[in-house]
Design a protein around this ligand. Structure first.
Ligand code: FES
Length: 174
């Protein structure tokens, strides 16, 4: 009967062979130390990788910003509203300032417009005498519903999503 030898050519004694189910003690310890090292590395890297990657996987929670009470807006009197809100920008939270035009049709129906002209993005204004939105850059003209009346704008004013909560008017932050 052939005698079992270990990796150094020494005879093996049953029960003291140094083998663990076909794996040498050296390999067993090597795997164990490797596994512990991997677990420690994963535990250390997990929070770092999670922090670095979180903005990439952020769903960008939608925000609704209160811009006034419905009673603040008189029917057919467009009103420019400035507001600010917190926004996640990459890895930082920044204060975002924004503007919109609110047009009340009555106490429950509104139009809220993006403040940029749809031609090249200039700021337009409401002219109370002409009862029109006028863009000074290239002569764009819109009516109170945002429809283009004259000039180069290719489409109506862009609308900003809004909702009413009680008597508060909220607009959606980008
Ligand atoms: S940007 Fe308003 S008309 Fe050109």
């Amino acid at each position: 009967m052939a005698e079992l030898m270990d990796e150094y050519g020494r005879p093996q004694t049953p029960g003291a062979s140094g083998k663990q189910g076909g794996v040498t003690r050296r390999k067993f310890l090597s795997y164990g130390i490797g596994g512990i090292g991997t677990a420690i590395a994963a535990a250390l890297l997990y929070p770092i990788v999670g922090y670095a990657a979180s903005p990439a996987f952020s769903t960008g929670k939608e925000q609704w910003i209160a811009v006034g009470n419905v009673t603040d807006f008189s029917p057919n009197q467009p009103q420019k509203v400035e507001f600010s809100y917190k926004k996640l920008d990459g890895w930082m939270t920044v204060e975002q300032k924004s503007t919109c035009w609110v047009v009340a049709k009555d106490s429950a129906n509104f139009d809220v417009f993006n403040p940029k002209c749809t031609h090249l993005g200039c700021a337009y204004h409401w002219d109370q005498n002409e009862t029109k939105f006028l863009c000074p850059c290239h002569g764009g003209v819109y009516d109170i519903t945002g429809k283009v009346l004259a000039g180069p704008p290719p489409r109506s004013l862009d609308k900003v999503p809004f909702k009413l909560e009680g008597d508060k008017l909220l607009v959606k932050g980008a």
